[in-house]
Design a protein. Structure first.
Length: 349
């Protein structure tokens, strides 16, 4: 069995790590794709210093598959990234990650589409297979990895994921086509179990680890995890819905974390970021308003025209706007308002 591989330059960029926003979906008031603002968001992430983008993932709304938007949204981002890379020759490539979900037939089709549209790897969600055994999930992942290199994904149960044990993560990491993992169980015990599985696989040095724990971003980035055989494991960056907003500030935060290490200042900032994330992700209502909360932050900066989601019932929860007001006023240094204001018209042009 053979598996496709990344080009050396893309593999180096993925291993180097960085800020990878989970790309939102820009809609008009009629809930149609707003191509101008969708392209503007991609340009914002590139100019903010992101090392790549993830498109077609939870933050992009899984429902794009039900309304015929998966191909147009993936293509629009790919074309925008092509133009951005052409304007910055010689720099590291922007890592392109496409969300892949569903049963095996659907996942294979999405992987082929992503490959045709010049995506480098797929973020494999297992949320659509809630009853599958570990054996079936591993077989599923191997099949998709034969089409496109994979980033495994531990999705938190509150938004459709399921608990997966240490042995599952060992077996997934042993698949040669798995080149990265996004760990987002929002649970310290489960995060450690997954890392223990990676260490036990013997492929810890081959797999780029990205935190998806929006509730624990800074501690994840600062910690060296000595959880098994081989060298301690570290997260090289994050693939986060939280980093779909205030991205320029996120890039600066990651650079500071890498250079300064676990200082009291950074740990305090981490707690502030968790507080801000609780408001944006609507923790008080079980994450029901998490996508609308991301949209609200982008709306306030003028990057989106509204908070509309594909599902009309998916909107800010009662009291969520006031919580966003609170953290907006409390932590202005977490935001990048001046940067956005200076470049927004260009990105939306």
């Amino acid at each position: 069995m053979s598996f496709p591989t990344l080009s050396p330059r893309v593999a180096a960029a993925l291993a180097a790590g960085g800020v990878i926003p989970a790309h939102p979906l820009a809609l008009t008031a009629e809930r149609r794709l707003d191509e101008r603002r969708q392209r503007g968001l991609t340009r914002y992430y590139v100019d903010a210093g992101a090392s790549g983008v993830a498109v077609g993932v939870h933050t992009t709304q899984f429902a794009i598959r039900d309304v015929g938007l998966l191909q147009p949204v993936l293509a629009l981002a790919a074309d925008t990234l092509d133009a951005a890379e052409a304007a910055r020759p010689g720099r590291a490539p922007l890592v392109r990650i496409a969300g892949i979900c569903g049963a095996t037939a659907q996942a294979l089709g999405e992987a082929r589409l992503a490959r045709e549209l010049r995506y480098h790897l797929g973020l494999l969600s297992l949320g659509g297979l809630p009853e599958a055994s570990d054996d079936a999930l591993i077989q599923h992942a191997r099949a998709v990895a034969e089409v496109l290199p994979l980033m495994g994904f531990y999705l938190q149960p509150a938004v459709g994921g399921r608990p997966l044990g240490r042995d599952f993560w060992r077996r997934l990491a042993e698949i040669p086509g798995v080149v990265a993992l996004k760990l987002a169980p929002f649970d310290r015990y489960r995060t450690l179990e997954a890392l223990q599985g990676v260490a036990a696989s013997g492929r810890g040095a081959d797999i780029a680890l990205y935190t998806g724990n929006d509730d624990n971003i800074v501690p994840d980035l600062l910690t060296s995890f000595a959880v098994g055989p081989g060298a301690p494991l570290r997260f090289v960056g994050g693939l986060l819905g939280q980093w779909a907003v205030w991205t320029r500030a996120a890039v600066a935060l990651l650079a500071h974390a890498r250079s300064a290490g676990p200082t009291p200042e950074l740990l305090a900032t981490g707690a502030q970021l968790t507080d801000a994330n609780a408001a944006l992700f609507d923790v008080a209502h079980g994450f029901r308003g998490c996508i609308a909360g991301i949209h609200e932050a982008l709306r306030r900066q003028g990057l989106l025209a509204g908070t509309w989601c594909l599902d009309p019932d998916e909107q800010l929860s009662p009291g969520q706007r006031a919580e966003i007001d609170r953290v907006w006023a409390a932590y202005p240094w977490l935001r990048d308002d001046d940067f956005v204001a200076a470049h927004r018209d260009h990105w939306l042009g």
